[in-house]
Ligand binder design. Structure first.
Ligand SMILES: C[S@@+](CC[C@H](N)C(=O)[O-])C[C@H]1O[C@@H](n2cnc3c(N)ncnc32)[C@H](O)[C@@H]1O
Length: 224
């Protein structure tokens, strides 16, 4: 279970244990999430129904490789709901490269999130073409991939080959219905895990995200 770390805390909110991140952008709520103060520090309540990473932590993720100061390549950032919490966690000394191919969505990411956070670098590109990310220099500690495409695992692997450091982690959201609606979700997940292992990943944990997300799993894998 992920324990309280630098920027993740569990707080009692209205009698319920909730996961929160320290707000890097004081006073600003990104997607309507509650802002709360604990001992003078402002936190954002992280909604597991809106963010698969929060769901994974609540479902018992053993090791969160995203830490204070981490360099993260985030594929499929959308409007920045999860990316904003990743930005909170890595803090001002970390960096989150946010790749998003839909320009209208990316505009919201820029206006609502990146404009208030210096550690978010939006990259409006197709994640199938990792050579196009001129903003990314050097290797990253973590690749987080949530793009809901049939070839999402192949896209994640090609990005890792180019940008993930040895010993770094891939966190891959597996949306089974995007890959094959005709197959049993567990068979789809097993097939994607085999692809990761064949590409040199040591798969540490696979979590089913129900009841927060139907037909979704998240795999955490170390790159060797
Ligand atoms: C499920 S949403 C991501 C939600 C987001 N990760 C969150 O938790 O806040 C998937 C996103 O991936 C983007 N996407 C899909 N295919 C892509 C590609 N080939 N390259 C980059 N982004 C892509 C979509 O436009 C969409 O915004």
């Amino acid at each position: 279970m992920v324990k309280e770390e630098d920027s993740i805390v569990w707080v009692d909110v209205d009698g319920e244990r909730r996961i929160c991140t320290e707000n890097l952008s004081k006073g600003i709520s990104v997607y309507g999430e509650r802002l709360i103060k604990v001992k003078g520090v402002e936190y954002r309540v992280w909604d597991p129904f809106r963010s698969k990473l929060a769901a994974a932590i609540i479902k018992g993720l053993k090791h969160l490789p995203i830490k204070y100061g981490s360099k993260v390549l985030y594929l499929g950032a959308s409007t920045g709901t999860t990316a904003s919490h990743v930005s909170d966690i890595v803090g001002p000394s970390g960096i989150v490269f946010c790749v998003e191919s839909a320009s209208r969505v990316a505009r919201e990411l820029i206006v609502r999130v990146a404009a208030h956070r210096t550690n978010i670098i939006p990259i409006i590109e197709d994640a199938r073409i990792p050579t196009a990310y001129f903003a990314v220099t050097g290797k990253v500690d973590v690749v987080y991939c949530d793009i809901a495409q049939p070839d999402q695992t192949e896209i994640a692997i090609s990005n890792c080959k180019m940008y993930l450091k040895k010993g770094g982690y891939l966190m891959l959201v597996i949306k089974t219905r995007s890959i094959d609606v005709t197959k049993e979700p567990k068979d789809v997940i097993n097939k994607e895990i085999t692809k990761l292992q064949s590409a040199g990943f040591d798969v540490k944990q696979v979590l089913n995200l129900q009841p927060f997300d139907k037909d979704h799993a998240i795999a955490s894998a170390c790159y060797s």
